[in-house]
Design a protein around this ligand. Structure first.
Ligand SMILES: NC(=O)c1ccc[n+]([C@@H]2O[C@H](COP(=O)([O-])OP(=O)(O)OC[C@H]3O[C@@H](n4cnc5c(N)ncnc54)[C@H](OP(=O)(O)O)[C@@H]3O)[C@@H](O)[C@H]2O)c1
Length: 307
């Protein structure tokens, strides 16, 4: 699909658009450049053609404590995600109390049918899966990922068996350790999972070398972990204004950083982590407007490289 806005053409052939209305959930700053009638940007899962709204939520370190205060904050973030047209939530068995917090909020707010829940296991261990399902209060998850692949011999046979049994709809693998990318690539090429999750941000583009081309080759959807480099990108631009040339497609630095990733056709969805509902709404703003094309993305890289 080709979208032409503001005189700039973006080739969005792997992206689909759905006419969900979300502007009511955006804070003024993020909503400023949006239009309720504007379509939302989504990615396509190659294996099935299912659409996934392109901005999701990461939960590493933000919902660690399973207590009342955290559950209240999580409820605000999840309601903002869903109300703003998002669905994807990424968590892990190793993220402290996050699975329990999410399970509680999703049940209390009756959100199960409105979210695409991805979790991760440290190993193909039935007891670990059962614990995750119990904490999440779910009979199945949407995506089950093997967390942090380290060995090229790691097998997804057990994950595939669980998928066949209906305990998950998709399977995936992850890594954010560049020293393990060779192992990740070997497992990706051999096991052909439905998803691969890898660190990718405007100032960290290692995934472009091998993992993203291979994901496209084997038909794996791509989730980008650490889209802000754990906040490193915000620290780099502290006190700086968005450049004029970016203001047509980004109303905030968060949207600038996320749109760089969404402008890469191989990326299915981004999963910025946040415990702040206003930040969630800001991030969701990256699902609106046009996406930067190749020339603009190069300009964004140069801009950040010269900070
Ligand atoms: N190996 C793996 O599989 C792996 C490894 C690492 C991460 N991950 C996944 O990737 C997700 C993302 O990574 P991450 O959460 O570590 O780092 P990140 O998304 O790169 O950055 C998160 C930081 O950005 C801030 N932030 C978020 N939205 C913002 C906004 N609109 N404006 C200003 N600040 C904003 C957050 O603070 P606030 O809370 O204040 O918003 C937080 O400090 C994780 O949550 C996890 O789900 C997977």
């Amino acid at each position: 699909m080709t979208v032409n806005t503001s005189g700039v053409t973006s080739n969005l052939s792997r992206r689909e658009f759905s006419a969900l209305s979300a502007a009511a959930f955006l804070p003024p700053a993020a909503a400023a450049q949006t239009d309720a009638a504007e379509p939302l940007i989504s990615g396509t899962i190659p294996g099935t053609g299912e659409n996934l709204p392109a901005v999701g939520l990461g939960t590493a370190s933000v919902f660690n404590n399973d207590d009342e205060q955290t559950r209240r904050a999580a409820a605000q973030v999840l309601k903002t995600l869903v109300g703003g047209g998002g669905r994807l939530i990424d968590t892990a068995s190793s993220y402290g109390g996050a699975e329990s917090v999410l399970g509680s909020v999703i049940a209390t707010e009756a959100l199960r049918d409105k979210v695409f829940l991805a979790t991760k296991l440290e190993a193909p261990d039935a007891a670990e899966l059962q614990r995750s399902l119990e904490r999440l209060r779910m009979e199945k998850v949407d995506l089950l990922q093997l967390h942090n692949v380290t060995d090229p011999r790691q097998s997804l046979a057990q994950f595939k068996a669980w998928k066949a049994q209906g305990l998950c709809r998709y399977i995936g693998i992850t890594s954010t350790y560049h020293g393990e990318f060779a192992a990740l690539a070997t497992v990706l090429g051999r096991e052909k999972p439905d998803f691969v999750q890898v660190d990718y941000s405007l100032d960290n583009r290692k995934a472009q070398e091998r993992i993203l081309p291979l994901a496209a080759e084997v038909g794996a959807a791509v989730l980008t972990a650490l889209p802000f480099g754990r906040g490193r990108l915000f620290r780099a631009v502290r006190g700086k204004q968005l450049p004029d040339w970016a203001q047509d497609f980004a109303a905030s630095w968060a949207q600038f950083f996320l749109k760089y990733l969404l402008g890469d056709e191989r990326v299915t969805a981004v999963i910025p982590g946040t415990s702040d509902a206003a930040h969630m709404a800001d991030n969701l703003g990256a699902m609106r407007g046009y996406l930067p094309g190749a020339q603009e993305r190069q300009r964004m890289v140069s801009f950040v490289s010269n900070l």
